[in-house]
Design a protein around this ligand. Structure first.
Ligand code: SF4
Ligand code: SF4
Length: 527
């Protein structure tokens, strides 16, 4: 027996060669309206897959469980930790309560999310797509169900191609039933963010919830089932704008999942035989493991492609193969274009010759010193530092605004019609619509007073006690209290109106204070 044949056989025994072709081949683009070819991703094992499991558990856990977390805010506010209370126009997030006029916090968070995405993309490409995007996470979840019922890639392909039997029907009904249950749970979890979750669940199952709740669950059930179960990779390829946008954000120093053909080519299924015959061979044994695990149905060896969501499962698949054949991991790896280009230039003698892996290896078979390897410091560059600085500034600004914001608000609208009233004794009266915003979930007494206009007095419509310069007004917890205020200036002191005055709201025991610089209109020209 030829020694090379024996070696080939032992290598073949270790490596499973898969009959996998890239469904979405970058080399041979299929017509846009051609019928979809199904993808049956093989289960991957490895560090990136483990990381993806962890991310999936965390993200799904956060999504499904958050509405059930309780947070005690006292008797006058809901005890749901995260709640978008549309009816009361409040957003609760643990100890933070956002009023409508504080919506800039949400806008600030969106700005942070945007710059966070820019930062991550410029540093590590489409990490969002590959690990945390809801489409990726739910497709992963649906694939877990599919594999558990129909088996791994080969079994699923066989079942799909086979005739309809009772077994196939049973498996398909079970799979789609579980998918639908997940989809319903997904839609159901969403509505719990908008009302007290336990109460809404009780009213929902007894068919007493508002119609909008059922419509929302129905729409989200349909979209989750269709996008996660049926359309899968097509959502990323055809519907999502992010693959197009991200191309503008990556540069030659961004990390992207890369097939290092400078060490992989020429690929060969019979490497040792070819090497013995004096041919140049790379590390790729053309086993197609990377193609078989790809949820997008592409072959990363075709180069960077719009479809690649950088889930890194092909890295896991290829690393396992490299381990088996005793080569360094990283034939498929996160790499920057600049490193890749430098290594490619080395392997091709500056682009003048075909790839020759011998050029990137030393005599003992290890990589030559000229080969560039990934250096984490590449992440710290002007672009990423700039994004990080903006992200941090926005975050610090929000934190500062949060800790320094007032929980007592005062809005005043000066009456315009009439702008003033001249009383029978000649004194002049102005009216004001005053709104006191008690932004804490506790009742309190707010003292409303005037500062300035030393001879003016104030009266509150409907309140006992006649005229004065200061009134105590009880306000409801977490509510706006509106009062009508009349300020009167004796006729001999109308010149004081030039100075203006302030309406001041104070929580004297709590030390909070809000004021409004008001004007006082007098005959002879409204000020
Ligand atoms: S090519 Fe690799 S990283 Fe890209 S989608 Fe496929 S498996 Fe994921
Ligand atoms: S790149 Fe790796 S996993 Fe893909 S065919 Fe080559 S050896 Fe196999």
């Amino acid at each position: 027996m030829n020694i090379y044949n024996a070696l080939e056989r032992s290598q073949d025994a270790a490596i499973e060669r898969l009959d996998a072709e890239a469904v979405n081949s970058a080399k041979v683009r299929r017509p846009l309206y051609e019928k979809r070819k199904k993808i049956f991703p093989k289960r991957a094992e490895g560090r990136f897959r483990r990381f993806k499991w962890i991310v999936m558990l965390i993200t799904l856990g956060i999504y499904y469980l958050t509405p059930w977390i309780r947070w005690d805010r006292g008797a006058h506010a809901p005890d749901q930790a995260v709640l978008v209370d549309l009816a009361a126009r409040r957003f609760y997030f643990f100890f933070i309560e956002i009023w409508p006029q504080e919506f800039f916090f949400v806008a600030g968070l969106l700005v942070m999310a945007g710059f966070g995405l820019f930062l991550v993309t410029s540093a590590i490409g489409r990490a969002w797509c590959g690990y945390a995007c809801p489409q990726t996470v739910w497709v992963d979840l649906f694939l877990v169900v599919e594999r558990a019922i129909e088996g791994d890639r080969n079994a699923r392909m066989k079942l799909d191609a086979g005739p309809w039997t009772l077994d196939k029907l049973g498996k398909r009904v079970t799979k789609h039933g579980i998918w639908l249950a997940i989809a319903v749970a997904t839609g159901g979890a969403w509505i719990f963010y908008f009302a007290d979750a336990p109460k809404l669940l009780a009213s929902f199952v007894t068919l007493q919830a508002a119609p909008v709740a059922y419509i929302t669950v129905a729409v989200l059930t349909a979209t989750t089932y269709v996008f996660g179960g049926l359309m899968r990779e097509q959502v990323c390829t055809y519907m999502c704008p992010w693959p197009r946008i991200q191309a503008a954000m990556v540069d030659e120093n961004s990390l992207v999942v890369t097939y290092n053909d400078w060490r992989g080519e020429p690929r060969s299924r019979h490497a040792k035989k070819a090497a013995a015959a004096g041919a140049s061979v790379g590390d790729c044994v053309d086993c197609n493991a990377c193609v078989a695990v790809c949820p997008m149905g592409i072959d990363i060896r075709d180069g960077q492609q719009l479809e690649c969501i950088t889930c890194a499962l092909c890295i896991d698949a290829c690393d396992a193969v490299m381990d088996k054949i005793g080569k360094e991991r990283g034939l498929i790896a996160y790499a920057t274009l600049s490193d890749y280009s430098a290594n490619m230039a080395l392997a091709t003698d500056g682009g003048t010759r075909p790839i020759d892996p011998a050029r990137i290896r030393a005599a003992d078979g290890s990589f030559s010193d000229q080969v560039r390897h990934f250096d984490w410091r590449i992440i710290l560059r002007l672009r990423t530092v700039f994004y990080f600085a903006i992200w941090m500034l926005a975050g610090l600004g929000l934190v500062f605004a949060l800790v320094s914001r007032d929980r007592l608000g005062l809005n005043v609208i000066h009456d315009r019609n009439p702008q003033f009233v001249v009383e029978s004794d000649g004194s002049i009266r102005n009216g004001y619509e005053v709104k006191l915003l008690n932004m804490i979930p506790e009742p309190r007494v707010i003292t409303l007073s005037i500062e300035g206009l030393p001879h003016a007095t104030m009266r509150i419509s409907g309140q006992e006690g006649g005229d004065g310069r200061s009134f105590d007004i009880p306000v409801q917890p977490d509510k706006v209290t509106a009062v009508k205020v009349f300020v009167t200036l004796p006729k001999d002191f109308r010149a004081e109106a030039e100075q203006g005055f302030s309406l001041v709201a104070e929580d004297r025991p709590g030390g909070e204070r809000g004021s409004y610089d008001a004007r006082f209109n007098v005959p002879g020209g409204a000020r």
